[in-house]
Ligand binder design. Structure first.
Ligand SMILES: [Zn+2]
Length: 67
């Protein structure tokens, strides 16, 4: 229940601009966000708006645990 979190919902968490494009991915039940300013990409929970981590591709990232 953080007011600032609500207000900053369309704000890029990395460069703090508001040039965020949001794409709802129904199959994954998440919002895929892309910042038009710094190019950062990350995922958010569409229900709670909570940050779900950056979603750019990194070879060294830990693979997902068993689904
Ligand atoms: Zn940004």
């Amino acid at each position: 229940m953080n007011m600032q979190e609500q207000a900053g919902h369309l704000q890029c968490p990395f460069c703090e601009t508001y040039e965020v494009e949001r794409l709802y991915l129904a199959s994954l039940r998440l919002d895929s966000c892309t910042c038009g300013s710094c190019g950062a990409r990350w995922d958010e929970d569409p229900v709670t708006g909570s940050y779900r981590g950056r979603s750019f591709q990194l070879g060294g990232l830990r693979p997902p645990l068993s689904l």
